[in-house]
Design a protein around this ligand. Structure first.
Ligand SMILES: Nc1nc2c(ncn2[C@@H]2O[C@H](COP(=O)(O)OP(=O)(O)OP(=O)(O)O)[C@@H](O)[C@H]2O)c(=O)[nH]1
Ligand SMILES: [Mg+2]
Length: 522
């Protein structure tokens, strides 16, 4: 490797190895409405009856990752930094804040066995246990593509809309949770079977072709639904898939450069000096400004309007469900959690779409603009793979969302309006009530929520567009540097014998073949 390729490889290699040496466990968060029995189930699974706090009131406040450790303790992390440590027995005394992660080190053999398989279970705050708590915790795991387990309380009879909405949200991110029906001691077996079938039907409707639905019971120690699912997870294969893809990209970048060098050295190029100078000038120009041929790009204002319109439509589409929850006098926190779930999944998907659209429009424009450059004569393909640019944006909105407290603000908008509704429902028919509440949801909730979101969405969109531009600029400069490296190498050929040049070219070709076979073996 030479020049820019070597620099790039060294950077990529370091990042890759750091990631490989880092936390490569598959995290499996247990989610579900508050009081569904998540912590109770884990207390039975770990064979540590009183380890995790359990109650009928919303109890679990942050994510608890269950690790094996002989010196039993719990460490509280905030934004990746350790801020507090306690004995495991004092777990309930941690001064937690929404979004914190608690690492629990417990002397539990089932946890050790799971960890050796590469899996870490995570106890999560319940849906409806407070917007900030639940959402900050959930977001930490959604982004990392974890496998979720959704606990559904058998006592509820069927799926509540809050649980359904959350299931829908996960499916929008292509995450298909395994569902476990809990507290089955409270229902006759026939009812439990009906619930299982109904949930399977719901999951299939959401695009999960082969849904995993089973039952558990903390009270009777019935764990096979949980253990069978955990046995079915191949953590190693999941890591290989994720890291293998990254390794292939690193290898591709090297191969691409070797091929370019072979090509450059194998053909006659007139006026090499002039060509190198030309490429250098082009690099300077691209560094100063990305050539875009007046692309018809959406302004941040226009993108923000589009996204908010889609959020509003999503809320309107769900307005009957929300109205039904209000009429049924469901817990306010649960209603808010449902609305936030609808808004969040729409915001994320719309932002992703806008990001893809912006990247491809800008990419096409840049490609067109650089067609006539001397550099591109040698190197035809420019940024074939937009995926990396788009992928990079998810962690970025996570930062903004967590920092901006966006979901808390949505909740503030909803707070004053929900209790109000119940006062004027008296004396009307069910249909009338539902329709009136639905209209209120549309007018108050959809409008206010989207207005409240506007500044944050605008900020994300504007920064994201800038990020895409910068990234594309860097990519283009890097491509041009590689062309320059290969032209320089060709310059040196003037002082070499034909045999030496042929030998070096065949060496490069050999390396290309080797890299190809390594790639195929991953
Ligand atoms: N009958 C019965 N009750 C259960 C079972 N599992 C849990 N419970 C009870 O349900 C209540 C809530 O249990 P938790 O384990 O705190 O529920 P959770 O899902 O962790 O709740 P949050 O942390 O608040 O989201 C407690 O009073 C438990 O005793 C079960 O299998 N059967
Ligand atoms: Mg709990």
């Amino acid at each position: 490797m030479i020049g820019e390729t070597r620099n790039e490889f060294e950077k990529n290699q370091e990042a890759f190895i750091n990631e490989l040496n880092g936390d490569n466990y598959i995290k499996v968060p247990l989610v579900g409405i508050f009081s569904a029995g998540k912590s109770s189930l884990l207390n039975v699974f770990t064979q540590k009856p009183n380890m995790l706090p359990v109650d009928t009131a919303p109890e679990t406040a942050v994510a608890y990752e269950l690790h094996y450790g002989i010196g039993e303790c719990v460490e509280l992390y905030r934004e990746g930094k350790l801020i507090e440590e306690k004995k495991l027995n004092d777990i309930a005394q941690l001064a937690t804040k929404p979004g914190d992660i608690a690492m629990v080190y417990c002397k539990s053999d089932p946890i050790r066995a799971l960890q050796e398989k590469g899996i870490i279970l995570v106890d999560m705050p319940g849906i409806g246990s407070g917007i900030e708590r639940h959402d900050a915790a959930i977001f930490n795991y959604i982004n990392r593509g974890s496998s979720f387990i959704l606990l559904v309380d058998a006592e509820q009879g069927s799926l509540r809309s809050s649980t359904l909405t959350f299931m829908e949200e996960l499916s929008q991110y292509n995450l298909h949770p395994a569902v476990l029906v809990s507290k089955i001691d409270k229902k006759p077996e026939a009812d439990v079977n009906d619930i299982v079938e109904y949930i399977k039907f719901q999951l299939k409707k959401l695009g999960d072709e082969n849904p995993y639905v089973d039952t558990v019971c903390a009270v009777n120690g019935k764990l096979d639904g949980l253990t069978n699912y955990l046995d079915s997870l191949d953590a190693n294969a999941m890591v290989v898939e994720k890291m293998g893809g990254k390794l292939k990209k690193i290898i591709d970048a090297i191969m691409e450069q070797f091929k370019l060098r072979v090509e450059t050295r194998s053909k006659d190029i007139a006026n090499l000096d002039g060509k190198i100078k030309e490429v250098e000038d082009e690099i300077t120009n691209v560094k100063a400004e990305l050539p875009t041929n007046n692309a018809n790009l959406d302004t941040p204002e226009k993108s923000t309007r589009d996204i908010l319109e889609q959020v509003k439509e999503a809320l309107i589409a769900k307005s009957t469900d929300i109205a039904q929850m209000i009429v049924d006098k469901e817990d306010n926190e649960v209603i808010k959690a449902t609305i936030v779930s609808i808004v969040r999944s729409q915001v994320i998907n719309s932002l992703r779409e806008e990001s893809e659209q912006y990247t491809s429009t800008l990419g096409d424009a840049v490609q067109e603009a650089v067609q006539h450059l001397a550099t591109i004569e040698v190197d035809t393909g420019f940024i074939e793979d937009f995926n990396e640019i788009i992928e990079a944006f998810l962690p970025y909105i996570e930062l903004l969302i967590n920092a901006g407290g966006i979901w808390g603000r949505i909740a503030q908008v909803l707070l004053p309006f929900l209790p109000d509704l119940l006062n004027w429902l008296f004396g009307k028919s069910d249909e009338e009530i539902l329709e009136e509440v639905r209209q209120k949801v549309i007018h108050k909730c959809a409008n206010q929520v989207t207005t409240g979101l506007e500044p944050t969405i605008f900020k994300i969109v504007a920064e994201n567009q800038q990020r895409i531009k910068t990234k594309m600029q860097e990519e283009l400069v890097s491509k041009m540097e590689k062309v320059k490296d290969s032209l320089r190498e060709k310059m040196e050929d003037i002082n070499k014998s034909k045999e030496d040049i042929d030998a070096e070219i065949s060496h490069l070709n050999y390396a290309i073949d080797q890299l190809q076979s390594i790639k195929e073996s991953i």
